[in-house]
Design a protein around this ligand. Structure first.
Ligand code: FUL
Ligand code: CA
Length: 667
């Protein structure tokens, strides 16, 4: 059997012989890492790569477009988004866990892979690890003999999608977290996951790091000495992984990884969109305390020296990453908007569906996933440009076969239209067999040669005249734009307006949006759950602050907040009279939605009362993950009648005060 310690030691020794380039993916190539996928040969006379370029595993990964996330662990049973680390492993006991059914739904939904949270921040390991006792071995499920990782990995193999894993660096359970002892355990966990379960296409190193936790009973706040980069030694971790799984995409891992966060947990990424980052640009909010919207994660950095493509991540359910009682799925239309704002800008989309306490997906989430699949199928049903006639004046070396415009419409991503090195503005004309109506255009670059184009446009010949119908910025692996209005034309023209080097465009496609798809409706979808109506509600008391009514006005954009003055710091509370008694089972809290985390309340106490005099505390705890994902939180409690409730904010994420955009209750 396998021994983590021995293997790690032999790895460290072996690493000394690997190229010094390891850890800088932009410069990695198949010859540096034995077993790494090899890029196909470029045609003779092909342009030289421009700037940072992807490794072949990155190229293949960027073609995966869409895969799934699944969060399943102790939080599923406690209703939390972030476990504290003191949860009993006994809580994990799904009644009918069905990895096969879950993976089948992912596959049917058009996903190319699945990433499972093998260990979340609470530290509980969902496989029988040798590195800690806080694992599935201590859970009653399958009498401690279960292995969720194995079941997911096997189901993925069976259904023909790729398997990946998430292993939180932050561990709120481990007694040695923040010290050397934990690092050994953590390296062992990585090795177990990457050597015992077959091919792993991606491993996720979450950027949330340090803070308070259980830590073996110490119940204190711990950090990563010297910063996360130094403490975990991501450079070393990346070296180790290349040896174990050379084709595995490493997400995060400070500036040593292969893929980056897309900049929000709404799934969308920025546009213009570059696959590159500069060495000093860290890709995760772990390093970003305020104004996180401006982190280059979303847009990338033009001319950056590292190829670190983005992944947009988002849960399908409004309630969060883990399963929560009474959650509601995003609509297929909303997901379609995310699709355009993520995949359509050149990032991969990872969409989370979480199993419930039985170990099965919520049928409503699955229904939404399938509706989303139908819309994508309808969108891609016909590429009107495929195999059309294509011509360009500027063709590299006059070599039509290797670099001609017909490569744009041959359905082959590995062939491309290119110009001579000194030509950075050029046009290609595509003649469709007949007049055609379309409203979506997709263009793709041969990213193996680096990302080049910064501006382009699509023209259409309308009434005998060329007219610009849409303007784009970056392209990269793809840029897919919805035209402001439908166009009917037989000839279109792709115009490259600004390119950092001669353009190398591998495909141009034209599609039609599915009938009846209303993307505007998706944009305006409500951020708040419709709970008990608030029309008769009155604020009885706000202990401090401005505009307490804003917390119950049904408007997500307005919020109650106190100030940073000594007397207005947490705890501060809001008491509400609902006008009549109701049997309550949950309360909802929407954090401020203006993009600032100042005074964003991340710990709470919730009390209820029948008469406004005698109070009962029904819930107390932490809202996890607000910094990266400030969505509505739903906290359930044993149902009880009440006319009054009191919400108390006891701690703030940043700048010591209290705020709430909306508070509601559910019957
Ligand atoms: C975040 C985590 O803190 C969340 O809990 C979740 O796992 C998400 C995918 O990443 O940073
Ligand atoms: Ca092609």
């Amino acid at each position: 059997m396998f021994s983590p310690t021995r293997k790690i030691l032999s790895l460290v020794a072996a690493c000394a012989s690997i190229s010094a380039f390891i850890g800088v993916p932009a410069e990695l190539s198949a010859k540096d890492v034995p077993g790494m996928l090899q890029s196909p040969k470029q045609p003779a006379g092909a342009p030289k790569p421009h700037g940072a370029t992807p490794t072949e595993p990155q190229v293949q990964w960027q073609r995966m477009e869409f895969y799934g996330f699944t969060h399943f662990g102790l939080n599923t049973f406690t209703g939390r988004e972030w476990g504290y680390g003191d949860e009993s492993p006994e809580l994990f006991n799904p009644t009918k866990f069905n990895a096969d059914g879950i993976v089948k739904a992912f596959k049917d939904g058009g996903m190319t892979g699945l990433i499972y949270t093998a260990k979340h921040h609470d530290g509980w390991c969902s496989w029988p690890t040798k590195t800690t006792e806080h694992s599935i071995k201590k859970s009653p499920w399958k009498k401690g003999k279960g292995d969720v990782v194995k079941e997911f990995a096997e189901a993925c193999k069976k259904h023909g999608i790729k398997f990946g894993t998430y292993l939180s660096p932050w561990d709120r359970n481990h007694p040695e977290y923040g010290r050397d002892g934990y690092i050994k355990a953590y390296y062992g966990q990585i090795e177990e996951l990457l050597t015992n379960y077959g091919d792993v296409f991606e491993i996720w190193f979450d950027g949330a790091n340090g803070g308070d936790g259980y830590y073996g009973g110490a119940r204190e706040s711990r950090n990563t000495p010297g910063g996360a980069d130094k403490y975990y030694n991501f450079e070393q971790i990346v070296k180790n992984i290349r040896k174990m799984q050379p084709n595995c995409i490493i997400w995060g891992a400070s500036h040593y990884g292969d893929a980056r966060w897309g900049g929000s947990e709404k799934g969308h990424v920025g546009y213009p969109h570059w696959h590159t980052l500069g060495t000093k640009h860290a890709p995760h909010p772990a390093t970003c305390k305020e104004n996180c919207r401006h982190v280059p994660a979303a847009h990338g950095v033009p001319g950056g020296d590292r190829w670190v493509p983005a992944e947009g991540d988002t849960p399908i359910n409004h309630s969060g990453w883990f399963w929560h009682q009474g959650g509601r799925p995003k609509s297929p239309e909303q997901l379609m908007q995310v699709w355009f704002d993520c995949v359509g800008r050149g990032a991969n989309l990872i969409l989370n569906l979480a199993p419930d306490k039985t170990g099965n997906l919520d049928p409503r989430d699955v229904e939404s996933l399938m509706g989303f699949k139908k819309l994508r199928d309808a969108l891609y049903k016909k590429d009107f440009a495929l195999n059309a006639k294509a011509k360009a004046k500027a063709v590299r070396r006059g070599n039509e076969k290797s670099f001609g415009a017909k490569n744009l419409v041959d359905g082959d991503l590995d062939t491309y239209w290119a110009t001579n090195d000194d030509v950075t503005k050029a046009a290609a004309i595509i003649a469709l067999p007949a007049k055609t109506t379309f409203d979506v255009v997709r263009v793709r670059e041969e990213i193996r040669l680096g990302q080049r184009v910064a501006a382009w446009a699509l023209d259409a010949e309308i009434d005998g005249k060329w007219q610009e119908v849409v303007a784009g910025q970056t392209i990269g692996v793809q840029a897919m734009l919805v035209l402001p209005k439908k166009v009917t034309a037989q000839r279109v023209r792709l115009r490259i307006i600004d390119s950092e080097a001669c353009p190398c465009i591998s495909e141009l496609s034209l599609f039609k949006l599915p009938e009846g798809l209303n993307l505007k409706k998706a944009e305006n979808a409500p951020a708040i759950t419709a709970g008990v109506p608030k029309t008769k509600w009155k604020i009885v008391k706000a202990t401090a602050g401005t505009n307490p009514k804003a917390a119950i006005d049904g408007n997500a954009a307005t919020f109650w907040h106190t100030h940073m003055k000594q007397e207005m710091r947490p705890p501060q509370s809001l008491t509400v009279d609902m006008g009549e008694a109701r049997k309550l089972r949950a309360f909802t809290y929407l954090p401020r939605q203006d993009g600032s985390t100042n005074g964003m309340t991340d710990r709470y106490v919730f009390e209820i009362s029948l008469d406004g005099k005698k109070w009962k505390k029904v819930a107390e705890g932490e809202f996890g993950n607000l910094r990266a994902n400030p969505i509505e939180q739903t906290i359930t409690f044993p149902p009880e009648k009440a006319r009054y409730f009191r919400f108390t904010g006891t701690h703030a994420l940043d700048k010591n005060h209290v705020s709430a955009a909306e508070i509601g209750v559910l019957e």
